[in-house]
Design a protein around this ligand. Structure first.
Ligand SMILES: [Zn+2]
Length: 432
């Protein structure tokens, strides 16, 4: 069952050639707007390019990439907002900043116009997941200056749904609010959806009896991983949808539900490229590479050819839902900088997450990456349900790791409740 509907059927079902033309028009108007953008004018000058002369999407490749490090450096050199604002400061109304998990937070501003653009991008996420007026959307986040929580609320209102901002509550209070108000849609990280399910089961609440019929996730790759998705759908008795976005970029991907684990890129509002992170060259369609994004509707503080660090495999094969937008198989597969080399095998946290979650008795886990005799070694500490003997879980996981990756890992039983629980951006991998 997909239950998908369109936000803008005409654009979403365009043939790809027409879609490229549409993107080209949007790109030209963006680059014209950037005549007043000091950051991008300086970048273009340094590369010997005139932004306004770029006519076609193919010419975009002549522009240099934008990196997060550059943006951080720009704001540090010219605090607080750097040179990336196209308009005078008085035009901006919305302040947010990145979560800062990988360093100093980036500040980001929006005007009314760009805020409405964000909201429309979320409209596409919600419509594709079949959310309409009559739905009650429960946003299980700690509301602060992080943008996606607010845009999730704004987008829910935009498609006519009711929205509940469940900040300032613990998990028990959230479960109570969610059931009392007959919420139909849960928005959370995949990790937190599983954590809420764990808390519910300790309280004797069966979430399958709740009114929740859809769950929409972001912040971590989990919802496109088959085992994580299965675990969430089983616990909640709901259909699970993935989505991807970033503060600097916008809500750039959504899930139509037609094919589990393949999510659409929003090509109405963004231009996507996939490159080899080592040399910056475009990779062949379907090959794994780093996603590079240009957003087309946020000219007030835009990103052009922004290196996301997200590893994806993109396909433009037609989707059963009828959309012409390309898809990424498996969602975001990992971060370019998250790769571990364990006994000569390249491993990403998302792949390990998927294997561990294939055992439903695993409640929480932590991975310690250790250096043993000159090689990376994984020690996985697991909290498991008492109903299954730990030896059985350990035996099954060892066999799966051997079969899938040809490696041996070390497993350890952790006491119930001893491992940290995460509401947002889980940090289960630790180098020790
Ligand atoms: Zn589709």
């Amino acid at each position: 069952m997909s239950g998908t509907s369109f936000y803008n059927r005409e654009i979403e079902t365009m043939r790809r050639e027409r879609l490229r033309e549409w993107q080209g028009e949007r790109l030209r108007s963006l680059l014209a707007e950037l005549a007043a953008n000091e950051f991008y004018q300086a970048k273009a000058r340094a590369a010997g390019i005139t932004l306004e002369r770029i006519e076609r999407i193919e010419d975009l490749a002549s522009l240099p990439f934008t990196t997060k490090a550059e943006l951080v450096e720009d704001q540090a050199a010219r605090p607080p907002f750097g040179r990336l604002l196209t308009y005078p400061l008085s035009n901006y109304r919305y302040f947010h900043q990145t979560s800062g998990t990988t360093g100093r937070p980036l500040r980001w501003l929006d005007t009314d116009e760009s805020w409405n653009w964000w909201t429309r991008c979320w409209g596409m996420v919600y419509r594709a997941a079949g959310i309409t007026a009559g739905d009650v959307v429960f946003c299980a986040f700690s509301f602060g200056p992080f943008i996606s929580h607010w845009t999730a609320i704004s987008g829910a209102w935009h498609v006519g749904a009711m929205a509940i901002a469940a900040g300032g509550m613990n998990s028990e209070q959230r479960l109570q609010t969610l059931t009392d108000n007959r919420c139909t849609v849960l928005i959370s990280t995949p990790t937190y959806a599983l954590h809420l399910a764990e808390v519910a089961s300790l309280q004797g609440i069966n979430l399958r009896d709740s009114a929740i019929r859809r769950t929409i996730h972001a912040g971590e790759p989990g919802a496109s991983l088959p085992a994580v998705r299965q675990a969430i759908e089983t616990a909640w008795g709901a259909t699970c949808f993935d989505h991807a976005g970033a503060t600097e970029v916008g809500a750039w991907a959504f899930d139509c539900g037609a094919e589990a684990g393949a999510i659409h890129l929003n090509e109405a509002e963004f231009i996507f490229e996939v490159i080899d992170p080592a040399n910056g060259e475009a990779v062949a369609e379907g090959a794994r590479g780093e996603l590079v994004i240009t957003n087309l509707g946020r000219g007030c503080m835009p990103v052009v050819r922004y290196r996301t660090g997200d590893l994806v495999e993109m396909t433009s094969e037609p989707c059963a839902c009828g959309r012409g937008f390309a898809r990424i198989r498996g969602g975001v597969l990992g971060r370019a900088d998250d790769m571990m080399i364990v006994r000569g095998v390249n491993l990403y946290p998302s792949a390990i997450d998927n294997l561990i979650r294939s055992r439903p008795e695993v409640i929480e886990y932590e991975v310690r990456v250790r250096r043993v005799a000159g090689m990376d070694d994984l020690l996985i500490r697991l909290e498991t349900a008492e109903a299954v003997p730990f030896a059985e879980t350990a035996g099954a996981l060892l066999a799966i790791f051997r079969r899938q990756f040809g490696i041996r890992v070390s497993l350890e039983h952790a006491a119930t409740g001893s491992l940290p629980r995460y509401e947002f951006k889980a940090r289960r991998f630790k180098r020790v």
